[in-house]
Design a protein around this ligand. Structure first.
Ligand code: URA
Length: 266
């Protein structure tokens, strides 16, 4: 093992320990994405003995929320929605359904495996994602990769990751309702075609859309298992919010255990 690998292994251990003791500061500066992924791999090989016992899906409280009518709960079904994954992706790549098409560099459709067990849904691309065409490649994305690695999940094999919006809102402002309405049919179809075993919504926009509970605060939605058309759905904080508010790390950790428990009992 090189000294760099040793450093990454130690950093992974530190991250795990800090999450376990509810520590409030986080390190993420100066890590490149490949480094973060290697760190994630190191965390995986070091983690199993110390991972908290995940609650099983059956022991978790399951939300009795009404089924959402779909991500497009606000309406806006695509009239000629392609039914194959490649065609859907191609359609999104040339989409002009909303104003965000004008300012984008790239459409950010997805990353990860199309046969993934877990689909993670975020909010919208930021500057790094717009530049690269890949979701969650900035600081928040690196952090998300690390956190997922602590429960043995990685976009290299078990995770498919995408956003509610496929194009970057200017200045990273919040998505507008009509943008969500225009774009969410793509997400709806992605979920249908990828058929994940479990969904993880990170952040308010994804959580409210997928639970169909538009007015409820994220803090009130998390901590239970929802259902998105029969697919178990866990909602949690956005990793960017965690970087700003490390005190939520413990709650995120608990939500990951809930998620892992569902997957382990499947
Ligand atoms: N935040 C998101 O919600 N999605 C991304 O792809 C990047 C940052």
């Amino acid at each position: 093992m090189t000294s760099r690998d040793q450093l990454l292994t130690q950093a992974a251990r530190l991250l795990r320990q800090r999450a376990e003791i509810d520590a409030t500061d986080l390190f993420m500066d100066n890590l490149t994405r490949p480094e973060a992924l290697r760190l994630a791999a190191a965390a995986r090989s070091a983690a199993p003995a110390s991972r908290a016992d995940p609650p099983s899906a059956t022991s978790a409280s399951v939300s009795a929320a009404p089924e959402p009518t779909g991500p497009s709960a606000g309406g806006g079904a695509l009239p000629l929605l392609p039914t194959s994954y490649t065609e859907l992706r191609d359609a999104a790549m040339s989409c002009t359904r909303c104003r965000l098409a004008e300012g984008r560099t790239n459409v950010v459709f997805s990353d990860g495996s199309e046969s993934a067990r877990l689909m993670v849904v975020g909010e919208a691309p930021g500057a790094n994602e717009d530049k690269t065409g890949l979701p969650f490649v900035g600081q928040a994305g690196k952090f998300l990769d690390l956190l997922l690695a602590t429960v043995d999940l990685s976009r290299e094999d078990s995770v498919y990751i995408c956003n509610v919006l496929k194009c970057r809102p200017p200045g990273n402002r919040n998505p507008m309702p009509d943008e969500i309405e225009s774009c969410s049919p793509y997400l709806e179809k992605q979920i249908e075609l990828v058929q994940p075993e479990v969904l993880l919504a990170v952040g308010t926009f994804a959580a409210q859309l997928l639970t169909g509970r538009q007015k409820i605060a994220l803090g009130k939605l998390r901590g239970e298992v929802h259902s998105y058309h029969g697919v178990p759905l866990v909602v949690t904080y956005h990793p960017a919010a965690l970087l700003r508010n490390p005190k939520w790390t413990r709650a995120f950790w608990d939500d990951l255990q809930l998620l892992r428990g569902i997957m382990d009992s499947a």
